[in-house]
Design a binder for this molecule. Structure first.
Ligand code: SF4
Length: 70
């Protein structure tokens, strides 16, 4: 059964922009990790994604998202 998570130990396609995007999730199968997109209609974009109009930068840990007020 696939498992969905926000982080994985060994993400596929390390150069992919998706790893730095708040819209990505990982779906882990028995031997494979898929990058799932929650922002675009295409849920599993061809990897690696190098340019994307839907990119949403992840907020670095310890930093507050400036778009969410105080
Ligand atoms: S919006 Fe673009 S960069 Fe973000 S997860 Fe989807 S395909 Fe990847």
């Amino acid at each position: 059964m696939p498992v969905r998570s926000d982080e994985v130990l060994d993400p596929p396609f390390p150069r992919s922009l998706c790893h730095a995007c708040a819209a990505r999730r990982y779906v882990t199968g028995r031997a494979t990790v898929f990058v799932q997109c929650t922002a675009l209609a295409q849920k599993y974009p061809p990897q690696p994604v190098l340019v994307c109009a839907g990119f949403q930068p992840l907020t670095p840990p310890g930093r507050q998202d400036p778009t969410k007020g105080s």
